[in-house]
Design a protein around this ligand. Sequence first.
Ligand code: MLT
Length: 265
Amino acid sequence: MTDRISVRETGTGTPLVLLHAFPLSSRMWQPQLDELPGTDGSEARVLAVDLRGFGGTGLDPADEPSLDLLADDVALLLDRAGIERAVVGGLSMGGYVAMALARRHPGRLSGLLLADTKATADTEQARANRERIAEAVLARDSVALLLNEQVPSPLLGATTAAERPKLVDRLRRMVGEAPPEAVAWAQRAMAARPASLDVLAELAVPALVVVGEEDTITPVADAEAMAAVLPDVVLTVIPAAGHLSSLEAPDTFNWAVRGLLERVR
Ligand code: MLT
């Protein structure tokens, strides 16, 4: 396990751990860090984690790429923060890590938020594409390929990409900061992940599934498939938002998360 996991934290209420998308960092959760603790700060204790290699958390490239390591990092972080059980939420890659945590450490969850993610494993074609990206960013020591292929679309929805140039620029800066080694490691870790529908079907805590209506990476059908097996679930589809729904439509996203926090309390 990594010695130091970097976390941004605000508020004092119900613990809510947020896990970011690929290839971003805890910075993507700024609208949630700002708003979810509530006006007096007591509604939620929000902890936005930098997963290995991203933001302020280091990576040992010699570690075998696996999302299980990232899930174990989150369990360790909860130990160190003195939190027995938390609502754990992840967007896309962060959702894959949240599902790995639900598989490996189910007793640490008081609720589960799955945003713009999916519970199926990769196809052979998707794995080959991840390996292509991993090799290219390492060979060029640059994430320019990701910027060309993923920003603004498909990371952002069509409406945001067309209408919100400042958010597009912000995203470009965030993606540009991703270290090539972390990008390659994360691609290989995601390629190795198992399907998790079986884990979701056994989940004993309240769940929220959120998806941007214009998400083309993990479309509404993926959200519906997860919601179909989760025993206690609310599904929220956010209009005019894409894959990064928490950034594109923070007010609606935060409203949905507040609903989950209420159900957990
Ligand atoms: C993400 O947003 O985290 C990625 O698109 C997930 C993936 O590549 O499967």
